[in-house]
Design a protein around this ligand. Structure first.
Ligand code: FEO
Length: 170
């Protein structure tokens, strides 16, 4: 059995990760409509990764005998209006998710729940990578986004992303 607060936060996080998947699918649709199919691909794969995060959280709760409750997933509420701004919204969202993971870690730490802390270590690292990816994309878009040929190349780079299953195995 996990501490009640830790369990509740992990359960909430299952929903938040599915929301992230939903949000990034919305990003993918935005880029598809804008003719940037590479960026659309990148975010579609990101959505798959977010779903994986939700599934890992769910499995961890189940492995610890906790009941998982699925709540409604909120409608993506960001206004997607510009190819650079959407990337900035992505970074903002990842920073928010990092704060959520840290809050769960903090709750686990306060009850000396070392198992949950170890489980969350992977997510702490993952958030570092996701924030870096978001920052890199913003940098590149600022550098190359206004030049048609460079944007075409950047879009091709994003098109090359392929899905790979998470390295964390429970
Ligand atoms: Fe599940 Fe983008 O972090």
């Amino acid at each position: 059995m996990l501490d009640k607060k830790v369990s509740e936060l992990l359960n909430d996080q299952v929903n938040k990760e599915f929301y992230s998947a939903y949000l990034y699918l919305d990003f993918s649709i935005f880029y598809e409509d804008a003719g940037l199919d590479g960026f659309a691909n990148w975010y579609k794969i990101q959505a798959q990764e977010e779903r994986d995060h939700a599934m890992l959280m769910m499995q961890y709760l189940q492995n610890n005998g906790e009941k998982v409750t699925l709540e409604a997933i909120a409608k993506p509420d960001k206004v997607l209006d510009d190819k650079l701004h959407v990337l900035e919204l992505g970074l903002e969202h990842e920073q928010y998710v990092t704060s959520l993971i840290h809050a769960i870690y903090d709750a686990a730490y306060s009850v000396r729940d070392f198992r949950t802390m170890q489980f969350l270590d992977w997510f702490v690292k993952e958030q570092g990578e996701e924030e870096k990816n978001a920052e890199d994309m913003i940098k590149k878009m600022k550098l190359f986004g206004d030049d048609a040929k460079s944007l075409y190349m950047l879009n091709s780079e994003m098109a090359a992303r392929v899905y790979s299953a998470p390295s964390l195995v429970l």
